[in-house]
Design a binder for this molecule. Structure first.
Ligand SMILES: NC(=O)c1ccc[n+]([C@@H]2O[C@H](COP(=O)([O-])OP(=O)(O)OC[C@H]3O[C@@H](n4cnc5c(N)ncnc54)[C@H](O)[C@@H]3O)[C@@H](O)[C@H]2O)c1
Length: 427
């Protein structure tokens, strides 16, 4: 029996802890042998869960990189602006890498990561988890099997969810571009990647984009609202009230996401959540934050051969991250609603329904990811164990191309113009 793949978790927050659970489910396949995180609470939690030796606990990723290589792979789950430097350092040391998305916050840094991994011959898997969702994977298989003929147009919709947006992109870690990245990169690089993939990884010829931050601005603050929800006399009329989003959940015994995120140094309970809302970023009025990322954005793309695509991301939705897609082909129409894929054949005028078997544990991973988090780490561990990069669906080359497309789309939005993809530029 082969020994388990030894991994080090770099960044033991939501994503790092999530992926490391694979080791508890499959101890013969993966073992967590090290952790790096400046938060003592986070690294101690992981140390206890995985019985990690004291020598392999670090307050920063540099500590791991300075030590002689002591594992097969690293899971890099640090904040967006802290991806490039550790990824290049760990590639240079010969570690296989699971790198959370986005790869990095500039096109130049994305290229540097791919270059370092290629030079070192290490496996790189980027956290484009949707590629691993069994039903979403079937969409590509159906396209490749020719069931809708030639792909003519792709329409893809990403509903972020009204309270999810308020949590992550108004009050939380991805609210401010200078501190993390722009919304299209942070939230929708998955989606642009899928569109690029469904378009057959053809070259994008030109792209245009519009979008802005709506509603979550100081000028939209209702009269009489306080700066913090706990002090607000009109909080009960506000759908974005932190009391509703966090306190009500704790009262109902729910301590997972998003409640778990707001108490970074303790287990969430009424006392710690109340304290977090009194003093921390998640108790702020949504109209009084330092947020600047787009709440709604559209991207239009034309690929080689005339294939067109239209993407929409919007914050103000009931559904959370449950994408909806329609792909129009020369012989039929394919639509995806998160539960099934329906194919309508123009010749027979009949529909067929496709579903997918999902053998991932039901409680593994994030809402809206269709348990794909499990399939991503599963594929990564198999790829490392068998030294077989072909098991990775979100490998370096295609992921780099789709990231570059995201940077081009964002340039179009900023510069209010169509961007031709062969323009000489940084991205
Ligand atoms: N694939 C997906 O669908 C998906 C979903 C959510 C987040 N993400 C991405 O995953 C990454 C992590 O997100 P998260 O939600 O887990 O955030 P998080 O804040 O919960 O976790 C990040 C962790 O990194 C730690 N960290 C900070 N500096 C560090 C350093 N110098 N060395 C080691 N650790 C350090 C933080 O203390 C924190 O515990 C981000 O890039 C995010 O955009 C991806």
């Amino acid at each position: 029996m082969a020994s388990p793949v030894h991994v080090i978790v770099v960044g033991a927050g939501s994503r790092g802890e999530n992926y490391s659970r694979f080791a508890s489910i499959h101890p013969k396949r993966m073992k967590v042998v090290g952790v790096a995180d400046p938060r003592k609470f986070a690294r101690t939690k992981l140390q206890k869960q995985h019985n990690i030796a004291d020598d392999n606990i670090f307050g920063d990723w540099h500590g791991v990189a300075e030590k002689e290589k002591f594992a097969d792979a690293v899971l890099i789950c640090t904040p967006d602006h802290l991806h490039k430097t550790p990824a290049v350092a760990f590639a240079n040391k010969g570690y296989h890498i699971l790198l959370e998305k986005p790869m990095a916050t500039t096109a130049e840094d994305c290229r540097a990561i791919v270059e370092a991994c290629t030079r070192s011959g290490v496996i790189l898997s980027v956290g484009h988890v949707l590629r691993y969702d069994p039903l979403i994977h079937q969409i590509k298989e159906l396209i490749d099997a020719g069931v809708i003929g030639d792909v003519i147009h792709i329409q893809h919709f990403e509903p972020v969810g009204f309270y999810h947006f308020a949590h992550s992109f108004v009050r939380g870690n991805w609210r401010n571009e200078a501190e993390s990245s722009f919304a299209l990169l942070a939230k929708s690089c998955h989606d642009i990647d899928l569109i690029h993939h469904w378009a057959g990884a053809r070259r994008c010829v030109k792209v245009s984009s519009f979008g802005s931050l709506s509603h979550f601005r100081k000028q939209d603050k209702p009269k009489g609202a306080a700066d913090r929800c706990l002090d607000c006399s009109i909080e009960t009329d506000c759908p974005y009230s932190a009391c509703k989003i966090y306190m009500d959940r704790v009262k109902q015994g729910h301590t997972g996401w998003p409640v778990s995120v707001i108490c970074p140094n303790s287990f969430p309970d009424m006392e710690s959540v109340t304290e977090a809302l009194k003093t921390g970023p998640y108790g702020r009025c949504v109209y009084e934050c330092d947020n600047d990322v787009c709440s709604n954005q559209v991207v239009n793309m034309e690929f080689e051969g005339g294939v067109t695509a239209a993407f929409t991301m919007v914050a103000f939705t009931e559904e959370i991250c449950q994408r909806k897609t329609t792909i129009y082909g020369s012989k039929g129409e394919l639509s995806y609603n998160g539960c099934q894929v329906r194919v309508f054949d123009f010749l027979t005028q009949r529909s067929t329904i496709h579903t997918a078997h999902n053998n991932a544990p039901t409680d593994f991973g994030m809402n809206g990811h269709g348990r794909a988090d499990y399939h991503l780490i599963d594929a990564f561990i198999s790829a490392v164990a068998n030294n077989d990069p072909s098991l990775i669906r979100s490998g370096p080359e295609e992921t780099l191309l789709s990231h570059l497309l995201v940077f081009k789309a964002e340039r179009s939005r900023r510069e209010s113009r169509v961007v031709y993809c062969d323009e000489t530029s940084q991205s």
